[in-house]
Design a protein around this ligand. Structure first.
Ligand code: CTP
Ligand code: MG
Length: 227
């Protein structure tokens, strides 16, 4: 199933504490951003990449695209204050798209198999997001005291990609902007419209590079894939 992908890349990586956009940090001698871009560059079903960037980083990123032969980028709109704003600035520039995926630029280990299941489920159902089953016992806590043990069977940890029929996501984002609603993922905006969002079981390897420990995990994933 063909699709275009939006990669929000305009964060500052505060929790990584590297003093720069974490996407420029290297894993196996390549920037995290390039690992992520390579997945979509290599996917025959990906017909275009949209990168939300900080305006002051645009030139540097364009140089990286040239250096690593990334050819599918159709635009690099300015990101915003929050991730949702960054995604929205890409959506507003896209046209004639059937299926759109939104994927954190900071998740370099996504695979073509999961992408395909997301895109084809979104084509049929409208909305499909990646997630994995919660592994640990989950409890609700208030003021340091357990109030409830939650049924783990019904709990999923949500990742990206999140895939949508383009018109559905565009409408959900427009509505959210109009009423000033800020969600932590795209699915929340679509859920607010009353539309069903389906889950596609993903992989525990599809981690987001968020804190320093994630880099260790990332290097290990790359090493295990190589051997
Ligand atoms: N992102 C973005 N625009 C923002 C904030 C985040 O495009 N205003 C992007 C990040 O670059 C990242 C993805 O959204 O690829 C997921 O966000 P997160 O992991 O939170 O990255 P940062 O916001 O950069 O990190 P932190 O929250 O620790 O500052
Ligand atoms: Mg953030």
């Amino acid at each position: 199933m063909e699709y275009e992908v939006v990669l929000p890349a305009a964060g500052s990586g505060k929790r990584m504490g590297a003093g720069q956009n974490k996407l420029f940090l290297q894993l196996a001698e390549k920037p995290i951003l390039i690992h992520t871009l390579n997945v979509f560059e290599a996917d025959v079903n990906c017909t275009g990449i949209w990168l939300a960037v900080k305006p002051e980083e645009r030139l540097f990123i364009e140089a990286l695209l040239a250096q690593y032969n990334i050819t599918k980028v159709k635009g690099l709109p300015a990101g915003g204050e929050e991730r949702q704003h960054s995604v929205h600035s890409c959506i507003k520039e896209m046209s004639n798209v059937n299926i759109v995926l939104v994927h954190d630029a900071a998740r370099p280990f996504i695979t073509h198999g999961i992408i395909e299941r997301l895109a084809s489920t979104a084509f049929v159902k409208g909305a499909a997001i990646a997630g994995v089953r919660a592994k640990d016992t989950m409890k609700k806590v208030r003021d340091g005291v357990i109030t409830e043990t939650v049924d783990r069977e019904s709990l999923w940890m949500i990742q990206t990609p999140q895939a949508f029929r383009f018109d559905l996501l565009a409408e959900a984002e427009d509505v959210a902007e109009k009423v000033g609603f800020l969600g932590t993922d795209e699915a929340m905006l679509v859920e607010r419209l009353g539309h069903e969002v389906h889950i596609v079981e993903s992989s525990y390897e599809n981690v987001k590079m968020t804190t320093k420990e994630d880099l260790i995990f990332g290097e290990a994933i790359l090493a295990s894939r190589k051997s």
